[in-house]
Design a protein around this ligand. Structure first.
Ligand SMILES: Nc1ncnc2c1ncn2[C@@H]1O[C@H](COP(=O)(O)OP(=O)(O)O)[C@@H](O)[C@H]1O
Ligand SMILES: [Mg+2]
Length: 594
């Protein structure tokens, strides 16, 4: 446990290194703050013993100047210190958040299918925010209060080491409860961040699926789900508050023992003439000033434990291995002709692993089951292969493997003879255009949504793609045309319109390999025929994988694969399969009779 915390500190320090100058300035300013406090305690003695003594009138006019001067020193130093340390903290957090997001984006589809996106959002926003609030703002307090404390301690021993010893019996006793409290707080902050993650998840689901909520009228259910989790969060935080609130009173109580001892012993020593009244007063002032920083240090420890709790979660996410990384020797795939080969491919969706540990509430449950068995396929450049079969047969999985969302367990997939797991992912994706069955449009303009396929595409290119996808008409009718902002889930468009936009996006991509997963399922028969024509134009000269329920759209494929439970059940051209009177024939019959 202790070693873990140490590792976390070290990593945080490594992030701070870039902002060392700011931190050093803040530290120097801390010296000013500490020095002015110590000076106040020290000056009490000459004030009592000399200024208030006979002949001290000459010094009185200096007193206000000293008071104001010290206040200026303290105020100025404090400002400099706070500004530099807080900005340094923010900069560290900014880097940390950027790194965390960048790392998260590199994780595979497998990871994303196992972890709820709301909890990921929460790690990047809330965990880092907790870390920031704690670490950045409080780290400097340690330095400042620590320096003040050291200065005052030195002064105490300098004034009267016997009295100082009495005062210090308290210190070690105060440390024990402080560390205990700190550990508790760390634990509850980690737990409370899990709750925050769950809260974010619930919100994201409710807003993302608001149509389902509204359709089923389950607002009350969603409200309760949220309230329960919100209360769980409160309970965690309340525990934290309990420990946090106890820390100052405990230190104060322990301090009173020290104060009582010092007063009793000190007054005796004054009466016996060992020390002057001024020295005792200076001593008591210093001691009084010392317990302030001590209390704050204990509090600061609490806050720092919160930061460590949050940092542990942040770093554990940052340490999630990138399961689908480019090989060190990976080369760019380059422009391909589109010769796609699957060789003895076995595949199953993994459930266990890092993501499951990371997920605050993992949705695992598919462990070990193969969904693709000894899959073999050879698609010549520019030809079309159609995948048909019942839902769950594994059609989308074939496309997902080719897009390298996942790696096969056995066997390999090659494009133009190159193993796709040996080329850079970026270069592979550049050769692929996907129209997925789940259409996602960004909360952005239509133009930018289409341009997502080619970020530097001109308006003319965008319009051309839209025309080919038969989407130009309805966009022209919109008041702002290409610049119309569509909702984050494209709610202001019909299903068919959304599908046409996603087809336009694939057209703009102009890739050698085209993957169409139920690309026309949301279109009515009439527009499907038109879009089908557009797609056929597009497919010419490109290697195409097409998944469609309507057999009319797959009839013209060069090869049709009938899939069943992750295996190719029948294969051939439409004519061959139809003549074979097998599964394909049956499918055909039911569709046209039904
Ligand atoms: N992300 C996933 N995690 C775990 N199992 C999955 C995942 N996606 C699909 N499956 C499972 O893999 C099998 C094949 O699914 P899929 O390829 O989507 O079928 P199809 O596209 O033919 O309907 C199904 O049994 C499905 O439950
Ligand atoms: Mg599918």
């Amino acid at each position: 446990m202790k070693k873990d915390s140490l590792a976390v500190y070290k990593r945080l320090l490594r992030y701070s290194r870039a902002y060392l100058p700011r931190i050093i300035i803040a530290m120097i300013a801390s010296l000013g703050v500490a020095a002015s406090d110590v000076a106040v305690a020290k000056l009490v003695q000459p004030l009592v013993d000399h200024v208030l003594a006979p002949g001290g009138e000459a010094f009185i006019r200096f007193v206000p100047m000293i008071v104001i001067g010290l206040a200026l020193l303290k105020g100025g130093s404090r400002y400099v210190q706070e500004f530099y340390i807080k900005t340094a903290g923010q900069l560290v957090v900014q880097d940390l958040r950027n790194d965390l997001y960048a790392h998260t984006l590199r994780l595979s589809m497998g990871f994303y299918s196992r972890v709820q996106s709301g909890t990921l959002v929460s790690r990047i926003i809330n965990d880092v925010a907790t870390l920031q609030k704690s670490a950045a703002d409080e780290l400097v307090a340690v330095v400042r209060e620590g320096l003040t404390l050291i200065g005052l301690v030195v002064l105490l021993f300098y004034n009267d080491w016997r009295l100082a010893l009495v005062a210090f019996v308290v210190l070690p006793v105060a440390i024990v409860p402080a560390t205990y409290i700190g550990r508790r707080i760390k634990r509850y902050v980690r737990k409370s961040l899990v709750n925050i993650g769950n809260l974010t998840g619930i919100l994201q689901e409710a807003f993302g699926g608001i149509k389902v909520v509204k359709a089923f009228g389950t607002e009350e259910h969603e409200k309760q789900r949220f309230e329960v989790e919100n209360h769980n969060y409160y309970r965690r935080v309340a525990k934290m508050i309990r420990y946090d609130s106890a820390s100052s009173p405990i230190v104060e109580l322990l301090s009173s023992f020290g104060a009582a001892g010092v007063l009793w012993h000190g007054l005796n020593r004054v009466l016996q003439g060992h020390i002057t009244q001024g020295e005792l007063l200076s001593f008591i002032t210093a001691m009084g000033m010392m317990y302030g920083p001590l209390k704050r240090l204990v509090k600061t420890n609490n806050v720092i434990q919160k930061a460590v709790g949050a940092a542990e979660r942040v770093f554990s996410m940052m340490d999630t291995p990138v399961d689908l990384d480019d090989a060190p020797t990976a080369q760019a795939l380059g422009k391909v002709k589109g010769h796609v080969v699957f060789e003895h491919v076995d595949f199953g969706y993994a459930a266990e692993g890092t993501a499951a540990e990371l997920a605050d509430n993992s949705t695992a449950g598919y462990a070990g089951k193969l969904v693709m068995h000894d899959f073999n396929l050879d698609v010549k450049p520019g030809t079309t292969v159609a995948l048909v079969g019942a839902s769950g047969a594994g059609k989308s999985t074939v496309i997902g493997l080719l897009a390298r969302f996942y790696d096969p367990i056995n066997g390999k997939i090659t494009i133009d003879g190159k193993d796709i797991s040996r080329v850079t992912q970026r270069s592979l994706k550049q050769q692929i255009a996907l129209v997925d069955q789940e259409i996602f449009l960004f909360h952005d303009t239509i133009a930018n949504n289409i341009r997502y396929a080619k970020l530097d595409a001109s308006d003319a290119e965008v319009w051309h793609a839209l025309e080919l996808a038969y989407a130009a008409d309805f966009i022209q009718q919109m008041p702002q045309g290409l610049e119309t902002v569509i909702g984050d889930r494209g709610v202001r468009l019909s299903g068919g319109q959304r599908q046409r936009l996603s087809i336009a996006r694939a057209i703009l991509r102009d890739a050698s390999i085209l993957l169409l997963d139920e690309a026309t399922s949301a279109l009515d028969t009439q527009s499907e025929t038109v879009v089908q024509d557009a797609l056929e134009n597009l497919m010419r000269g490109r290697t195409t994988f097409v998944i469609a329920h309507r057999l009319s759209t797959v009839m013209h494929a060069d090869e049709i694969l009938v899939m069943r439970d992750g295996r190719i059940f029948e294969r051939g051209s439409h004519a061959e399969l139809f003549a074979g009177k097998g599964y394909y024939f049956d499918l055909h019959q039911t569709q046209f009779n039904g």
